[in-house]
Design a protein around this ligand. Structure first.
Ligand code: RIB
Ligand code: CA
Length: 318
């Protein structure tokens, strides 16, 4: 439920930038008629918290939006040692182009306090949470203030994998693997949940024509997006032999803008937290073989051309 069909959807982006997080943030900020970004909460994930909090501000300034409040959140998972992904995103988390350090300040409030305060303040059912990294901030907020859970309009997150299997271990996708206890709590919370797993993000590949499309915009932001995707794709092309890198996180924002580009099933998804071998696996009952109640719209497919057309057009607005 939203305030009304014409009012922009209020969202909070929870993120661990990461080049693909950066493109997702840009897509949201390029779409003010449809999306009102109330704030960006940084979490430890791809790189440590000090860098994700810095990178989120770099992206806001790149988009010309130093007014967007950026909050630092949890610097480690609830019950695990932090695992990062510099091997994918580079030491800074935004390797590729060189960008100036941010001048906009970090908000004083802790990200978890911001999440709780905002969800208590805004009318129930009007704020969508868009987690793009490990779910530590979200789970911590839900644990500290369970009263906010029924006030969440929807959670649309990037994480998990089923048919595509894992990318950090054979069984698990990175965001869920880093903090499986947080994921278990969020998937069990009962808020309406849309999941963008590797099953769909691996169909949104930054092939050469798509990267050329970013460059053809002839804008500084378009050039930055092309440079990020150029850097980001080397890992996936080498690992999967694919024709480009999966643009994971922008799928979350694209879903808010054009849900018809995506398709999936309302199914039960549980998170493995006990087995060292399969820690962080999203056990998705895609074929309905259990009696477990459905708790997530698990997305399996995307119109990739439509996705990139939307993304390129919107990036071109910045
Ligand atoms: O597994 C892909 C996810 O992990 C993406 O969100 C990427 O940014 C990293 O956080
Ligand atoms: Ca991410």
């Amino acid at each position: 439920m939203q305030d009304g069909p014409s009012t922009p959807r209020k969202i909070i982006i929870d993120t661990d930038p990461g080049q693909d997080d950066a493109v997702a943030i840009l897509l949201a900020l390029a779409s003010p008629e449809e999306i009102n970004v109330l704030g960006i909460t940084a979490v430890a994930g791809n790189v440590p918290l000090d860098l994700t909090a810095k990178n989120a501000r770099i992206v806001c300034e790149l988009a010309g939006r130093p007014d967007i409040p950026v909050f630092a959140g949890c610097d480690r998972p609830i019950a695990r040692t932090l695992v990062t992904a510099e091997h994918v995103h580079g030491k800074t988390g935004l390797d590729g182009p060189v960008l100036p350090d941010p001048t906009m300040p970090l908000a004083d409030q802790h990200a978890v306090a911001f999440l709780i305060e905002t969800l208590r303040r805004e009318p129930a059912g009007t704020v969508t949470l868009c987690p793009l990294g490990p779910l530590t901030n979200i789970a911590t907020a839900f644990t500290e203030a369970p009263d906010i859970i029924p006030r969440v309009a929807e959670i649309v997150l990037m994480g998990g994998a089923y048919f595509e299997v894992g990318n950090i271990t054979p069984a698990a996708e990175f965001n869920i693997y880093v903090d499986p206890e947080a994921a278990k709590a969020v998937f069990a919370a009962g808020a309406p949940l849309v999941v963008m797993p590797l099953d769909v993000t691996h169909k949104a590949l930054t092939t050469a024509p798509h990267i050329a499309g970013f460059r053809a915009l002839g804008t500084h932001v378009g050039d930055m997006v092309a440079a990020w995707t150029d850097f980001f794709e080397r890992f996936d092309k080498e690992k999967y032999g694919s024709e480009g890198a999966p643009l994971h996180d922008p799928c979350v924002i694209a879903y808010l803008l054009r849900p018809e580009l995506f398709s999936g099933r309302q199914i039960n998804v549980e998170i493995e937290v006990d087995s060292p071998l399969t820690r962080g696996m999203t056990v998705a009952d895609w074929w309905g073989v259990t009696e477990r109640a459905p708790n997530a719209l698990f997305i399996g497919d995307v119109d990739a051309d439509g996705f990139f057309a939307l993304l390129t057009e919107r990036i071109g607005r910045l």
